[in-house]
Write a protein that binds this ligand. Structure first.
Ligand SMILES: C[S@@+](CC[C@H](N)C(=O)[O-])C[C@H]1O[C@@H](n2cnc3c(N)ncnc32)[C@H](O)[C@@H]1O
Length: 259
């Protein structure tokens, strides 16, 4: 079999965020629960605006739109944005999807709320991560709220090596590994055995680095949010209702900040 190395947007975005995610049992119900939680915690009534940063293929953006919210979603991956637009068209939903880099947001006081779901924060070095928070703060109106749905650094999931049968082949995912001195959860190397075209697809450097995540504790993230100008922060221990307090054994670390 031939071996090729491919990048995030040219190959892996679609395999992970569309094919692999779609194969996870119960994922649609999970998304519904997360969206219910966001709507309640952020006090999102009909017509309110939501900026879904790193929206992927639009799984949650479309659910927000279904609930009557005015949604803008953007993601670095053009291929995922194309999938999201297609899905919106098929569902008859109006969502403003566009490609973009969260480090270069230029919105000014435009949204009542912003969300970063499925741990889509911490992909860069500390200065750039701070830049993402600054850009998000600028994008919100006064009193606007940001919700970060993060893994709990004190209770990381047990990452395992898995084989998954997907359309067109098999996906082998290696476990994430935490690099303790830098606090970075290292990307999850994966291999796709493409049985249709008889080749083995590996991740190139770009695809691997797209998976690196700098983990922050509650104390650190709260300080960072204050530094960029947010007034108030709240912490929750799960991303579904009911609201639970954040603790070391919590399933998630959800941070809600108000401008
Ligand atoms: C963990 S996925 C989450 C996707 C979606 N929010 C969900 O919950 O299914 C992270 C997403 O971040 C996107 N991403 C990575 N770097 C980005 C950047 N610099 N700017 C915007 N999006 C980025 C990836 O393409 C990917 O879709």
């Amino acid at each position: 079999m031939d071996r090729v190395e491919l990048g995030w947007d040219e190959f892996w975005a679609e395999v992970f965020r569309v094919r692999h995610r779609g194969s996870i049992p119960g994922i649609q119900q999970y998304d519904e629960l997360v969206v219910d939680f966001c709507i309640q915690v952020l006090g999102l009534g009909k017509g309110k605006s939501v900026l879904d940063i790193a929206c992927g293929a639009g799984d949650q953006s479309l659910l927000f739109a279904k609930r009557g919210l005015s949604v803008s979603g953007f993601d670095l991956s053009r291929s995922l944005i194309e999938v999201a637009k297609k899905r919106a068209g098929e569902a008859g939903l109006k969502v403003d999807f566009s490609p973009g880099d969260m480090r270069e947001m230029e919105f000014e006081e435009r949204f009542e709320t912003a969300v970063l779901l499925s741990h889509s924060f911490g992909f860069f070095n500390h200065e750039e991560n701070m830049g993402v928070l600054k850009g998000t703060h600028k994008a919100l109106v006064k009193g606007g709220r940001l919700l970060l749905d993060l893994m709990n650094p004190y209770n990381l999931p047990r990452f395992q090596k898995t084989w998954t049968k997907l359309e067109g082949g098999y996906l082998l995912s290696e476990p994430h590994v935490i690099d303790a001195p830098s606090g970075v959860l290292r990307g999850r190397p994966a291999t796709f055995v493409d049985t249709e075209s008889g080749r083995i697809v590996l991740m190139n450097e770009d695809a691997l680095s797209n998976n690196d995540i700098r983990m922050y504790t509650a104390l650190e993230i709260t300080r960072m949010l204050k530094e960029v100008g947010f007034n108030k922060t709240e912490l929750y221990g799960q991303n579904k209702l009911p609201r639970t307090p954040y603790a070391s054994e919590s399933e998630r670390m959800v941070v809600v900040a108000t401008k």
